[in-house]
Design a protein around this ligand. Structure first.
Ligand SMILES: C[S@@+](CC[C@H](N)C(=O)[O-])C[C@H]1O[C@@H](n2cnc3c(N)ncnc32)[C@H](O)[C@@H]1O
Length: 259
C-alpha cells in the first residue's frame, strides 16, 4: 500500500511551493470564517495534519492553546517559520499522541483522505476519541466521495492546470511554476483516486529548469464510511455539510462528538 503522506514530503517543487500551489481552491471559500465560528469560545484546539499552518490564523484566539502536527517535516518547517509560537510536532494521523485533551480537533483540507489503509483510519479515529474533551467536537473535511468515484470529465481535467508566477527577491529569480494533471486513475479496486501531477519550474522565457511528477492519492470515503469509523471509536456524527459556504457541494465536512 502506498503512503498517501509521501506526496507532501521531501525537498521538491510541490512541497517547497505548497501554499502557492494548493491553497487557493474555490471549493475552500468560506473556510476561514467557518473555522472561526467552530472554535469560538473554546480554550484548546488541535489541528491534525496542519501542513504549513495555513489555518492557524482562523483557529487561534486569545488565551487559547493551539497545537498542530503533521507527517511532513518540510511543511512543519514552513509552519514553524510562519507561526513560531504554535507548538508543532512530527506525528501521524494514524497514531498521534498528546498528554492532554482538546475542546476542538480539526482534521482539515482532506487530511484523513491521505490515510489510504483502513487500519490506519481506524487508528486515527481512536486517537481522535482519546484526545477529545467529553463535550468536545472534532471536524473532518474530506472531498465528496461521488466526485472522486466518477470518471473525471475532460473539462475538469483541463481545469487541473495552472501557472503561478515566482519572484524571489533574495536571488532576483523571476519565473513561473506550472502544474497539470496528466492522468486520473482509480486504484485499490476503486477505493483510491490517484491524480498524477506534473510540476515544472520555468524561467521567464518559459524554459523548464526543473520538473517532477508525483501522484496525490485520496482514499474515497463517504458519509456511511465516516459514520462506521466514528462508531468504532465511540464517536458519532453530529452534523454534515457539503461546503463551508452556500452554493458549494463538493465537500464532505463532518462534525463529530462522543457517542
Ligand atoms: C492538503 S494538506 C492540508 C494541510 C493543512 N491542513 C491545510 O489546510 O492547509 C494535507 C496534509 O496532510 C498531511 N498528511 C497526509 N497524511 C498524513 C498522515 N498520515 N499523518 C499526518 N499528516 C498527514 C500532509 O503532510 C499535508 O500537510
Amino acid at each position: 500500500m502506498q503512503d498517501g503522506a509521501s506526496f507532501f514530503q521531501g525537498v521538491n517543487l510541490r512541497v517547497g511551493f505548497y501554499d502557492r500551489l494548493f491553497t487557493h481552491a474555490a471549493n475552500l471559500a468560506g473556510e476561514e470564517d467557518f473555522y472561526r465560528g467552530f472554535t469560538a469560545e473554546t480554550d484548546s484546539v488541535l489541528e491534525a495534519a496542519c501542513g504549513t499552518g495555513r489555518l492557524f490564523g482562523s483557529l487561534s484566539g486569545p488565551g487559547r492553546l493551539l497545537a498542530g502536527f503533521d507527517a511532513s517535516l518540510e511543511l512543519l518547517r514552513q509552519a514553524r517559520k510562519n507561526h513560531p509560537t504554535v507548538p508543532l510536532s512530527l506525528q501521524r494521523l494514524e497514531s498521534f499522541a498528546f498528554g492532554r485533551r482538546f475542546t476542538r480537533i480539526v482534521v482539515g483540507y482532506y487530511g484523513l483522505s491521505y490515510v489510504l489503509d483502513a487500519a490506519g483510519r481506524t487508528g486515527h479515529m481512536r486517537c481522535l476519541a482519546a484526545h477529545l474533551e467529553p463535550d468536545g467536537r472534532a471536524l473532518i473535511h474530506l472531498p465528496d466521495a461521488e466526485i472522486l468515484r466518477r470518471p473525471i470529465p475532460d473539462h475538469e481535467m483541463a481545469a487541473f492546470q495552472g501557472s503561478r508566477s515566482i519572484r524571489d527577491q533574495a536571488t532576483g529569480f523571476e519565473g513561473a511554476l506550472t502544474h497539470r494533471v496528466s492522468e486520473a486513475t482509480l486504484e485499490a479496486d476503486g477505493a483510491v483516486r490517484a491524480m498524477h501531477f506534473h510540476f515544472a519550474l520555468r524561467n521567464s522565457q518559459g524554459a523548464i529548469l526543473r520538473e517532477e511528477t508525483a501522484a496525490m492519492r485520496y482514499a474515497i470515503l463517504d458519509e456511511d464510511d465516516l459514520a462506521r469509523l466514528a462508531a468504532s471509536a465511540g464517536l458519532r456524527i453530529l452534523d454534515i455539510r457539503k461546503g463551508f459556504s452556500e452554493g458549494i457541494d463538493s465537500e464532505l465536512i463532518a462534525i463529530l462528538a462522543k457517542a
